[in-house]
Design a protein around this ligand. Structure first.
Ligand SMILES: [Zn+2]
Length: 443
């Protein structure tokens, strides 16, 4: 005998669940957040305005001013005891590379052999979150990310799966045969041990193909190794990189480690010179005249890294670049694990170098923000706290225009209009989604 009550109970359940699934969500009113800011800093001009209200609608800033009415139903965030400013930019990081003392003695040739691209992509998610928590809302991620883990990270953030900074990524570093590795002849056969950490491009055809491969697989900037081998790129080679990248609207960043390589890179008018070791007064003057970015990766001397001698050289170079009015960006080349520190804490500790160079807090802040947005090529969408720009902002307790070290304790982070950190605590739930809420077409 059947039990009709069970059947009908299931039927009712079915109706209820179907109805739930099919009821369209009520049209969401545009979410507005009103931020009461004790002080808002404009790093471009080095000025601050007191008691501002910032209205955020969706992912963008709708309005900012002293006497704005707060719309009914708006979520209010009280930062009236804080200074609000644009998010920070690290113009040179490697989020999907973390080499360590143990087991690889900080020798990333081994890291790359031991860590799959998949595990590195997951590390990149974590590193990105750590950077965001320290106030870095933009990271220019310049290679050494395995087989396009940097693209995967950018896409995952942009599609809306996870929180993270805006990523401007390079894909695989393109270099002359061998990249920055020194493979044995056995291992170098077909260069299989170099790829995918580096993309060999020795001839002009290979240069064009390598640039196109990176763009196809999601690069937003082209990174080349100018002089990692005793057969550096020629000026003509680099002009080809520049024109091929420009064909797709991209810029070229050049890693340099010799004076001749740097000179050629400047002659070829690359967009940015990565690392500052070989840059001297003459090269700085050439860079200033051509408006070429100095992304110097100025490592401070700390108990965990560097040497006094190297640091003295770094600081002297920064002073010379600053005196010559070279466009400078804040950059760390962070790609290592320091026990007890997050990737964000490692990055912000580079303030030590900027302070040692005697650069005023106001200027350091401009370099960390305005300049960072420009070198990343996103200054028309992100950066200034103005109507129409992306709602990316951070807040700190003091005034960074006077005391740059206030940036070490970021209390509040908003990314694309969503609060990521408040009262010094990460609140990332709103960033996690079970699908590509911003659209799968973002690649
Ligand atoms: Zn680097």
């Amino acid at each position: 005998m059947t039990k009709p009550w069970i059947v009908s109970a299931f039927f009712v359940l079915f109706l209820v669940s179907t109805a739930t699934a099919q009821t369209p969500a009520p049209a969401a009113a545009p979410a507005i957040t009103a931020i009461r800011a004790g002080r808002v800093v404009d790093p471009e001009t080095g000025t601050a305005s007191a008691n501002q209200i910032i209205l955020v609608e969706g992912t963008r800033i709708r309005e900012i001013g002293a006497n704005l009415a707060i719309p009914a139903g708006a979520k209010v965030v009280d930062l009236s005891s804080m200074t609000v400013l644009p998010g920070l930019v690290d113009a040179h990081n490697h989020l999907a590379l973390t080499y360590k003392m143990d087991p690889e003695n900080n020798f990333y040739y081994l890291t790359y052999v031991m860590d799959s691209t998949a595990i590195r992509a997951i590390q990149a998610v974590s590193n990105g979150i750590q950077m965001l928590s320290s106030g870095f809302t933009v990271v220019r991620d310049l290679g050494n990310n395995g087989n396009y883990a940097d693209t995967a990270l950018r896409v995952a953030i942009e599609q809306g799966w996870i929180p993270g900074p805006t990523i401007v990524n390079s894909g695989i570093i393109i270099g002359a045969m061998g990249g920055q590795f020194n493979p044995t002849p056995e291992m170098a056969q077909e260069h299989s041990i170099v790829y995918p950490e580096y993309l060999d491009a020795d001839t002009r055809d290979e240069i064009v193909k390598a640039v196109r491969q990176n763009i196809l697989f999601g690069a937003k900037v082209i990174k080349i190794c100018v002089d990692c081998k005793p057969y550096p790129y020629s000026i003509d080679d680099m002009k080809l990189f520049v024109s091929e990248a420009a064909n797709a609207g991209l810029k070229v960043a050049g890693h340099v480690q010799t004076r001749e390589g740097a000179r050629r890179a400047i002659e070829a008018e690359l967009w940015s010179i990565e690392h500052s070791g070989p840059l001297d007064d003459e090269l700085h003057k050439m860079m200033a005249a051509k408006g070429i970015w100095r992304v110097g990766t100025e490592t401070p001397f700390t108990p965990y890294r560097g040497s006094q001698q190297a640091f003295d050289r770094t600081v002297a170079g920064m002073k010379n670049a600053y005196a010559n009015k070279v466009p400078m960006a804040f950059s760390t080349d962070a790609d290592y694990y320091i026990p007890g520190m997050t990737r964000g804490e490692v990055a912000i500790n580079f303030l030590l170098s900027w302070k040692a160079a005697g650069i005023p807090a106001k200027e350091i802040l401009k370099i960390l923000t305005t300049n960072g947005y420009k070198v990343s090529g996103i200054e028309k969408q992100r950066g200034p706290l103005k109507a129409g720009f992306a709602a990316d902002m951070i807040a700190v307790a003091g005034n960074p225009l006077d005391d740059i070290d206030t940036l070490r304790k970021v209390q509040f982070v908003m990314k694309d209009g969503t609060v990521f950190k408040q009262n010094g605590v990460m609140t990332p739930e709103a960033f996690f989604h079970g699908g590509p809420v911003n659209g799968w077409r973002i690649r």
